[in-house]
Design a protein around this ligand. Structure first.
Ligand SMILES: Nc1ncnc2c1ncn2[C@@H]1O[C@H](COP(=O)(O)OP(=O)(O)OP(=O)(O)O)[C@@H](O)[C@H]1O
Ligand SMILES: [Mg+2]
Length: 204
């Protein structure tokens, strides 16, 4: 059964997409069957893996809103063992369109369930928000990587999970009630500039 990893931080520009693409490509090079789900309407992972978002006919949007199967829209990439579920700007509308659906925070989990066993890893690149699509990704994920750029506001955004501890019964179900163990959450420090001045990433 594939392990689902969400790459999330509500702060923008902290290296989520860079981490998602490089982690996924590295796993694929190691011959793990890897699926990347681009869950950001900016579609940076889609374009970063060589697919023009304008050429995308069906995206994760159609899977979540219209019930299209992932297997129908997954695109092989130029990297062996690496497959992409693309995004599209239409995903912006999904949050509004899903608002009246029952169990709306479960849609991504339902979309992934039929193909979970087909992959070793499923990496979800989230948008810089704690909106419904990100909540869906967190609900579907077995673990979370939070890229944190080494500066104050990015670090503050990474503290958001504390909200759950202060509000054990939030009004929304789903990720609001979701508890990850310490083993399931990792921070990836990005843009560290050691004395040599060369930027790098580190996991902790
Ligand atoms: N370790 C790093 N060192 C220096 N620059 C980096 C590093 N990781 C990513 N970047 C650069 O930072 C910028 C933002 O990265 P990226 O798009 O991955 O962030 P993001 O969190 O996905 O952004 P968004 O919130 O808009 O989706 C990009 O120009 C990327 O090349
Ligand atoms: Mg991004």
């Amino acid at each position: 059964m594939g392990k689902v990893i969400a790459i999330a931080n509500q702060k923008g520009g902290v290296g989520k997409t860079t981490t998602a693409m490089n982690l996924a490509a590295s796993l694929a090079v190691l011959e793990y069957k890897t699926l990347v789900i681009d869950a950001d309407p900016q579609a940076n992972t889609t374009s970063g893996l060589g697919i023009d978002p304008k050429s995308v006919d069906k995206s994760i949007y159609e899977c979540m809103v219209d019930g299209v199967e992932v297997a129908q829209i997954a695109i092989p990439t130029e990297i062996n063992h690496l497959t992409l579920v693309p995004s599209h700007i239409d995903l912006v509308g999904a949050e509004v369109e899903m608002i009246n659906l029952e169990s709306r925070e479960e849609k991504m989990r339902e979309v992934i369930a039929p193909i979970k066993a087909d992959y070793d890893f499923i990496i979800i690149d989230c948008s810089p928000s704690l909106g419904l699509i990100t909540i869906n990704a967190l609900t579907a994920a077995d673990s979370v990587i939070i890229p944190v750029q080494c500066e104050y506001f990015a670090w503050k955004a990474g503290q958001a999970p504390e909200y759950d501890q202060d509000h054990p019964d939030p009004p929304e179900s789903g990720a609001g009630n979701r508890r990850y163990s310490a083993d399931d959450v990792r921070c990836a420090l990005t843009s560290i500039e050691p004395s040599g001045g060369r930027s790098q990433n580190a996991f902790c």
